[in-house]
Ligand binder design. Structure first.
Ligand code: ADP
Ligand code: MG
Length: 223
C-alpha cells in the first residue's frame, strides 16, 4: 500500500524539474488577478494561463487552461473565466492557489513522457505521442532503466507515430536529439530521487531540429 502519496501541482512539479535542469518554457506563478496583470504587462510573447490547485489534477477538464493570450485584456478575461469555471466545478475558492502564466510554445509534435517506479522493475519510462493521438492510437513505447541514449532513441523509433517527429511528408523535423537528452535527464532525476513515485510530462513540446524541446505541463506524484 502506498501511503502519504501526494500529487504535486504544475508549479511544484516544475520546481523539481528546475532542480534537475530539465528544460521548460518560461513561467511564473500569480496568487491574485493583480499579480497576473503585472506579469502580463511585461509580456513579450503570447501567453498561456492555467489554474493552480491541489484539488485539480487535469486542468483542462475544469476549464483551467487558456491558450493564445496576446494582451493584458486577454489575460484579465482568462483569469475571470478560469476562476468562474473552477467554482462551477465545485472547487472551493480557498482551494485555488492562483494561476501559472507561461510562454505559449509551438511544436513540431507534442510528446508525453511518463515515469513510474515499479516494485519489480524499478524506474520505467513511457513515451508516446501527446494530445489526442495518445488516447486514440494507444501509441506508446516502454523502457526499463537504465537506458542508454540509443535505447531511448529506439523507444521513440518504435512508435507508430515516429514519422511525425522525423519530418513526415515534408513537414519540419523535430529535435529528436534534444528529446532523447530530456528523457535521459528525467530518468536520472527519477533514479536519484526516491521520493518521486510517478512523473507525467504531457506535453513535452518538440521544436524544430536544433531548437530543442520544452516541458509545458508536469505532474509529479511523490510518496
Ligand atoms: P492538463 O492538466 O489538462 O493536462 P495542460 O497544461 O497539459 O493541462 O494543457 C492542456 C493542453 O494545452 C496541452 O495538451 C497542450 O496541447 C496545450 N498547452 C498547454 N500549455 C501550453 C503551452 N505553454 N504552449 C502551447 N500549448 C500548451
Ligand atoms: Mg497535460
Amino acid at each position: 500500500m502506498k501511503t502519504n502519496s501526494e500529487v504535486l501541482t504544475e508549479v511544484e512539479s516544475r520546481k523539481l524539474l528546475t532542480e534537475w535542469d530539465v528544460p521548460q518554457n518560461s513561467h511564473g506563478f500569480a496568487a491574485t488577478k493583480e499579480e497576473a496583470l503585472v506579469m502580463a504587462e511585461k509580456m513579450i510573447t503570447t501567453l498561456v494561463m492555467k489554474v493552480v490547485s491541489s484539488k485539480i489534477v487535469h486542468k483542462s477538464d475544469f476549464g483551467g487552461v487558456k491558450l493564445g493570450l496576446k494582451n493584458v485584456d486577454d489575460v484579465a478575461n482568462a483569469y475571470d473565466e478560469i476562476m468562474q469555471s473552477a467554482l462551477s466545478h465545485q472547487v472551493r475558492e480557498q482551494d485555488i492557489e492562483g494561476v501559472i502564466l507561461q510562454e505559449m510554445v509551438e511544436a513540431v509534435q507534442e510528446i508525453l513522457v511518463g515515469v513510474k517506479r515499479d516494485p519489480v522493475f524499478g524506474v520505467t519510462i513511457v513515451v508516446g505521442l501527446g494530445g489526442v493521438w495518445v488516447e486514440l492510437m494507444k501509441d506508446i513505447s516502454l523502457g526499463i532503466s537504465p537506458l542508454k541514449e540509443k535505447d531511448i532513441l529506439h523507444m521513440l523509433q518504435k512508435l507508430k507515430g515516429y514519422p511525425l517527429l522525423n519530418g513526415y511528408r515534408g513537414q519540419a523535423k523535430g529535435d529528436i536529439n534534444a528529446l532523447v537528452q530530456l528523457i535521459k535527464k528525467v530518468e536520472t532525476m527519477a533514479l536519484h530521487n526516491q521520493h518521486i513515485a510517478e512523473m507525467d510530462l504531457n506535453p513535452v513540446m518538440v521544436k524544430r531540429e536544433g531548437e530543442g524541446c520544452l516541458v509545458v505541463d508536469a505532474r509529479i506524484v511523490t510518496g
